[in-house]
Write a protein that binds this ligand. Structure first.
Ligand SMILES: Nc1ncnc2c1ncn2[C@@H]1O[C@H](COP(=O)(O)OP(=O)(O)OP(=O)(O)O)[C@@H](O)[C@H]1O
Ligand SMILES: [Mg+2]
Length: 273
């Protein structure tokens, strides 16, 4: 799909079981046709009129401005936009790492923006795997121990052989006993990725998850993630500057100055029942 190919004039509509649906264009219409039932369900994630304002002293910065979006289960979603446009902030909202200043975040139809911190933390560890821009690996633990940590936190047994096989798959078996400072940036990124996946999360959130990798390694990692998305129906939301990655996504959310300027999606507007 060519990112520049969709304009307002592409808006298409279709009648499905007595309801009228609007689409961002023929691509979205095709997507709907392939799986119309999916879009009747409650979205897995929903942002409703989300504003985020950061206050530094007297200065207020509006970072997200009235953002509303839906993400459906099993989708691969790419978030794109210039530096400072609000991509990481959106990911933090979606992943329950931050709360909106106003507006709501729904997970499986439940408003999670007002839950207590402990409940949010629990939901977060049960639902999400994160790969951040900063890898946030624990410096005094080895690569293997870092990857095993989410299972320890969740009180699950560590599947050592499976974890070793995963290290092998991303070419890091010889580095399992290294500590983060003994790894290159790209190697740390891959360890962070394994850690994000080790708890078998339903939703994987990545902030430029292949940004520091050479293209061959990046493509391999990406193929691994896309495979998880396709085979195991994991929902996969990543921030990326890479048009080739965004091109593979089911849905692309483009941000500019905290506003959504383009969202390839199926939009439901019901005026006939
Ligand atoms: N805690 C904060 N306090 C004040 N301003 C913030 C805070 N976090 C982010 N911002 C501002 O919000 C804007 C959006 O930040 P965000 O990190 O979401 O951008 P981004 O799109 O992820 O950019 P990049 O591609 O550079 O990572 C930026 O202008 C940033 O300076
Ligand atoms: Mg960012």
């Amino acid at each position: 799909m060519d990112l520049s190919s969709v304009s307002d004039s592409d808006i298409a509509e279709a009648n499905y079981q007595g309801r009228i649906f609007y689409f961002c264009g023929s691509y979205c219409q095709e997507r709907f046709k392939n799986d119309p039932g999916k879009f009747q369900n409650t979205p897995l994630l929903k942002l409703n009129n989300v504003w985020k304002v950061f206050k530094l002293g007297q200065v207020e910065t509006q970072v997200l401005k009235d953002l509303s979006l839906n993400i459906w289960e099993g989708d691969f979603v790419a978030v794109i936009g210039a530096s400072g446009s609000g991509k990481t902030t959106v990911l933090n909202m979606v992943g329950l790492l931050d709360r909106p200043t106003s507006g709501s975040v729904f997970l499986r139809g439940k408003d999670v923006s007002l839950l207590r911190d402990e409940e949010r933390a629990k939901l977060r560890s049960q639902t999400f795997g994160f790969v951040f821009q900063q890898y946030n690996l624990i410096p005094w633990l080895t690569a293997f121990e870092n990857v095993a940590l989410p299972a320890i936190f969740a009180g699950k047994p560590i599947e050592g052989e499976k974890l070793k096989a995963n290290f092998e798959e991303i070419g890091l078996k010889p580095r399992m006993t290294h500590r983060p400072f003994e790894l290159s940036g790209g190697e740390q990124q891959r360890v962070a990725l394994l850690r994000a996946l080790s708890n078998d999360p339903e939703i994987i959130l990545g902030d430029e998850p292949t940004g520091n990798l050479d293209s061959a390694t990046g493509n391999k990692i990406l193929a691994m993630l896309i495979n998880l998305n396709k085979e195991q129906k994991k929902t996969f939301i990543i921030v990326t500057h890479d048009a080739d990655i965004a091109d593979k996504a089911d849905q692309i959310i483009a941000l500019k100055d905290g506003m959504m300027v383009r969202n390839h999606k199926v939009q439901k507007k019901i005026y006939t029942e």
